[in-house]
Each structure stands twice: as structure tokens, then as C-alpha cells.
Design a protein. Structure first.
Length: 70
């Protein structure tokens, strides 16, 4: 999924899998607890459009982005 994707376009299985991978990484890093991960993963596989997928990972860092050190 790209940042310039039109929200009403249909999402593909590959798009949903990319979002699921972001969620798996987030739970492994401690950014999501298991309950929230499961809720978001369910929403990911139910998503029909890019607009449905976007809010699922909107509050998570993009894959490959530098991590802040505190």
C-alpha cells in the first residue's frame, strides 16, 4: 500500500498481508498488546479498501523508519 493510494480503491490480499506484517512487528516491539493486535489483525483481514486499511497502522512507525532513541 502506498501513501498516494486512493482510499476507495479495493485492497488486495497482498496489501492486507503488508499491514498484518506491520502489526506483527509492532507487537514484537511492544508497541501493541496482544488484545489490540488481535483486534487490528481482524480489522485488517476484513478490510475491503485502502481507506479501511489506513487507520489500522496510522499510529505506528512505518516499516524501515528510524527508531527514536530516548
Amino acid at each position: 500500500m502506498t501513501d498516494d493510494a486512493v482510499p476507495e480503491l479495493r485492497a488486495s490480499d497482498a496489501d492486507r498481508e503488508r499491514v498484518a506484517e506491520v502489526l506483527r512487528d509492532a507487537v514484537a516491539e511492544g508497541r501493541l498488546d496482544m488484545e489490540e493486535f488481535e483486534e487490528r489483525l481482524e480489522a485488517t483481514y476484513k478490510a475491503r479498501t485502502y481507506g479501511d486499511l489506513t487507520p489500522i497502522t496510522q499510529d505506528l512507525p512505518a516499516p524501515g523508519s528510524p527508531r527514536r532513541r530516548g
